[in-house]
Ligand binder design. Structure first.
Ligand code: GLN
Length: 316
C-alpha cells in the first residue's frame, strides 16, 4: 500500500505547485459559453487499476477535481473507440493515422489530401468518426448512445451534456461547418451535415469532472478492459492503437512537445482538460481552463510533466 500513500502525496504536491501558475493562458473564447469560465481553476485525479481483481478502483484527487467542465475534444477518444468497435479497420479508409502538425481546426491539408483527414483527433477526423457512427441513424439517439457509453465507463450516471455549451458552439461553429461541408464535397461525410454537427457539438459539450474523466479512461490503461466491471470495452490491439494516436496526435501541433515533456499518451480539449494514460498503471485527468497558443491547457501540461516525473511514469 506504500505506493498508494505516495500517490496521495503526489497529487497534493502537484496541486500546490500549480497554484503559482494559475491564471496564465487564455480561456477558449471562440465558444462564448466557455469564455466566462474562471481560468484559475485547477483539478487533478488519478484512477489506478486495482492490483487484485476483487479490489475497487482507487481514485486520488486534489484541487477542483469535483468541479465539472466541458471535455470538448477529449470526447474524440471515446467516439473513436465506439467507431472502431462498430466499423473495425474499415474506418481507416476514411481517416489517417498521421500527426497533422496543424492546429485542431485547420482546413488546409484537407484539399491536398482529397478529404481524408490526417487523424481522428483533429476536428476534421472527428467529424468523419461521428459521421461513421451516425450512419443514417437518428442524431438524438446517437447523442444518447454516446452519453450512455461514457456514463458506463465513468460508473456515474451524473455525467451530462451541457445544452448551453452545445448551442453556443452551434451558433458560432462556422469553421466546423466549413470542415464538414468540405469533407462532404469529397464524399467523406455521408449524412446530413446539420445532423453530424449536432452530434459533434453535443459530444464536445459533455460535462465531467476530473474524477469521472480519469475513471472513464481507465480501460485505456488496462488493455481495453474496464477493471471495475471486468467488461471488455475494446481489444488489446485497439487499445494500443488508440494510445499511439493520442501520443502522436492528441495535442495537435504540440503533440511532440507533450510527448517530450510528459512521455504519456494524452488528449486535450479546449475546455482545459487533459486525459493522460500511463499504460498498466493509471488514467489521469487534469483540468485548468487557461490555454496555451496550441489550444491545450497551459497548467494542465505543466501538471502532467510534474506528475510523470514525481511518479516515474513514462512509456519510454
Ligand atoms: N468543440 C471544439 C471545436 O470543435 C473542440 C476543439 C478542441 O477541444 N480542441 O472547436
Amino acid at each position: 500500500m506504500e505506493h498508494l500513500k505516495n500517490l496521495d502525496e503526489i497529487v497534493g504536491t502537484v496541486c500546490r505547485e500549480m497554484q503559482a501558475h494559475l491564471g496564465h493562458g487564455r480561456v477558449a473564447d471562440y465558444i462564448p459559453a466557455l469564455a466566462k469560465i474562471d481560468p484559475r481553476h485547477f483539478g487533478i485525479a488519478i484512477a489506478i487499476q486495482p492490483e487484485r481483481e476483487a479490489e475497487e478502483v482507487a481514485i486520488f484527487a486534489a484541487g477542483d477535481a469535483e468541479v465539472p467542465f466541458s471535455v470538448q475534444s477529449i470526447s474524440k477518444v471515446f467516439t473513436l473507440t465506439m467507431a472502431l468497435e462498430k466499423l473495425g479497420g474499415a474506418l481507416w479508409k476514411r481517416v489517417g493515422k498521421e500527426p497533422s502538425g496543424s492546429p485542431f481546426n485547420s482546413i488546409v491539408q484537407l484539399e491536398n489530401e482529397r478529404g481524408i483527414p490526417r487523424n481522428p483527433l483533429i476536428n476534421a477526423g472527428a467529424l468523419v468518426v461521428t459521421d461513421a457512427l451516425l450512419a443514417g441513424g437518428d442524431p438524438a439517439q446517437l447523442i444518447a448512445g454516446i452519453l450512455d457509453f461514457i456514463r458506463g465507463l465513468a460508473h456515474d450516471p451524473a455525467v451530462t451534456i451541457d445544452p448551453e455549451v452545445a448551442t453556443s458552439e452551434g451558433d458560432t461553429g462556422f469553421r466546423n461547418a466549413s470542415l464538414a461541408n468540405f469533407l462532404r464535397a469529397f464524399g467523406n461525410i455521408e449524412n446530413n451535415i446539420q445532423d453530424v454537427l449536432e452530434v459533434y457539438f453535443h459530444q464536445c459539450a459533455l460535462r465531467m469532472n476530473c474524477r469521472q474523466l480519469a475513471r472513464a479512461g481507465l480501460y485505456l490503461a488496462h488493455g481495453g478492459v474496464d477493471p471495475g466491471s471486468a467488461a471488455r470495452v475494446t481489444s488489446v490491439q485497439r487499445t494500443r492503437r488508440i494510445n499511439a494516436l493520442m501520443m502522436t496526435c492528441g495535442h495537435y501541433d504540440a503533440s511532440g512537445d507533450f510527448a517530450f515533456r510528459v512521455g504519456l499518451s494524452g488528449k486535450s480539449g479546449v475546455g482545459g482538460g487533459i486525459l493522460a494514460i500511463a499504460p498498466r498503471r493509471a488514467s489521469i485527468a487534469v483540468w485548468s481552463p487557461g490555454l496555451n497558443a496550441w489550444g491545450n491547457s497551459h497548467v494542465g501540461v505543466l501538471a502532467l510533466e510534474k506528475l510523470s516525473s514525481l511518479a516515474g511514469w513514462s512509456v519510454f
